[in-house]
Design a protein around this ligand. Structure first.
Ligand SMILES: Nc1ncnc2c1ncn2[C@@H]1O[C@H](COP(=O)(O)OP(=O)(O)O)[C@@H](O)[C@H]1O
Ligand SMILES: [Mg+2]
Length: 331
């Protein structure tokens, strides 16, 4: 390939650092130095890195999360797992320190004929296999750095079917970045066949920027390129709208009060019967959300930083402020 053409392609595809700051796009270094290390106290990290602790503080602060059925903290307790599960026919087992969906086992029923557990895929697993999975979680097979872990058993989320067709073989969640208690930017991540049912953008999931005022799709991106329909389901992405939007934002905003962390990513799912629920928190949320929204985070963060008396505002007042200032559509 002609080297000059290759360079020009590169220049067209990636804005220079100067152009990036001009558009208010925040880079990795800036996020780490000016936001994460300044606003997130290190000693609070375990509250978000450990899903069991997140659940405990959520419960204390009336932040809705899937109900904890039980936890298994050591090998000795593995033999009790069936007692902990009790009469629950549907539940989810996950590592407290997991990420990227690793080690998550979702059980939707128990077979009347075999007594086996039935996964969402329809595949059956025996009690023995279930216990082995828990043992693997405890051994750190799915946790960062292979450290010993805890297994959580929680209620199954019945995902609201308003999003059916928007996600391929996976359930969409809504990410809201919350800065000092103010929602500042949001997106949905939709899994695709390319992303193997996972919602990671770098694995080929679709990211949809969501208007903070209305919950409506702003634009959609796959592999950093704008797209208009879901590549597997042909659903028109601009028609996507998150219901209970104000409630989603209030839930996200209240995660600041419960965690004390100033700059967080909140992942929220919609349960058919229970409405918006917090799935997990992230103290180092990614930056691609800016590409999905075609907008930079910096002007929004600076507006909040410059506000006086913001600490006196309630969750409802902070959300009203964000809806008014960071929306794209009026209704
Ligand atoms: N309680 C649950 N019920 C049903 N599915 C769940 C449940 N918890 C997690 N999942 C599925 O697993 C995915 C990842 O869960 P999450 O708790 O965010 O873990 P991770 O940190 O690995 O991303 C979710 O997007 C969802 O598809
Ligand atoms: Mg997750």
């Amino acid at each position: 390939m002609n080297i000059l053409k290759a360079l020009k392609d590169l220049k067209d595809r990636y804005a220079s650092p100067f152009e990036m700051t001009k558009d208010g796009i925040m880079g990795m270094n800036q996020r780490n130095v000016n936001y994460i290390s300044r606003y997130n106290r290190r000693d609070l990290y375990p509250l978000v890195d450990n899903k069991l602790l997140t659940k405990k503080i959520a419960l204390k602060n009336n932040v809705k999360t899937p109900v904890l059925i039980g936890s298994i903290e050591n090998q000795h307790q593995v033999s009790n797992v069936l007692e902990i599960i009790g009469d629950h026919k549907e539940f989810c087992i996950k590592p407290a320190h997991g990420s990227g969906g690793k080690g998550i086992l979702v059980i939707k029923d128990k077979s009347k004929t075999t007594g086996n557990f039935i996964k969402t895929s329809g595949q059956e697993i025996t009690e023995h296999e279930l216990k082995r999975h828990v043992t693997n979680i405890l051994a750190g097979l799915f946790s960062l750095g292979g450290k010993q872990d805890i297994a959580l058993i929680e209620d199954l989320i019945h995902f609201d079917n308003v999003f059916s067709g928007y996600s391929y073989d996976g359930v969409p969640d809504t990410r809201v970045i919350v800065f000092q208690g103010f929602p500042v930017m949001s997106m949905m991540r939709l899994s695709t066949s390319a992303s193997d049912g996972k919602a990671n953008l770098h694995q080929g999931a679709v990211g949809v920027g969501i208007c903070l005022n209305t919950g409506r799709a702003v634009r959609a991106v796959q592999h950093n390129e704008p797209i208009t329909i879901h590549p597997d389901t042909d659903k028109v992405l601009s028609e996507l709208r998150v219901p209970h939007w104000r409630e989603v934002l209030e839930l996200a905003s209240s995660c600041y009060d419960m965690s004390g962390l100033g700059y967080i990513g909140t992942d929220i799912v919609l349960d058919r019967d229970k409405g918006p629920m917090l799935l997990e928190l992230n103290a180092r949320p990614g930056l691609a959300i800016q590409i999905c929204n075609n907008a930079g985070l910096l002007p929004r963060l600076r507006l909040i930083e410059a506000m006086t008396k913001k600490h006196r505002l309630s969750v409802e007042q902070r959300v009203a402020f964000s809806m008014q200032h960071f929306g794209v559509f009026k209704d």
